[in-house]
Design a protein around this ligand. Sequence first.
Ligand code: CA
Length: 174
Amino acid sequence: MRNRFIRYEISFNFALKNAEFRFILLISLETAYMVSSVYESLLDKRSQTYAREVCLLPNYFYEALAFNVSIAGDYTFWSHSYMNTYGYLYRDDFNPRRPTMNRLSGDDDGCGNQQFHITHRLLPSMKYVLVVTTQLASDTGKFSVIEMGPAPIQFTPLSEYQRCRAFSDRLHHA
Ligand SMILES: [Ca+2]
């Protein structure tokens, strides 16, 4: 698993032509920095399983990715995989035994080619969890999650995030 960050600069050029006064006004704006993060990983037989919806059997492999954002704004997440992916976004925490608790959004095929696509407004100081799983039970394979928004995102596997948080809490209370 690894994170990659890409920075895009988008510039716009507008040309307004006023025929009556026969002049051309050119306005150039350099705005709208968009940043993209890419996280690459895989689901395999060693991955954790859960029931992604109530009434389903708990045999869907998943990876839960914890993250924070540094800037408030609209963030978009989508997957790239040969698997038919499913994505869910949670606020605060994710409990695999209660998949609807804290859930903000979920998507199956919003991106075409059976890939999920989620856009949501996110706030700094909040903790979020993106769960990557599959539409079909027991499906395995590689995947990438691409994020685009006003700031890069560092995805951390939830179990690792919780270990770091517990260690940090112990240091503060020692
Ligand atoms: Ca899908």
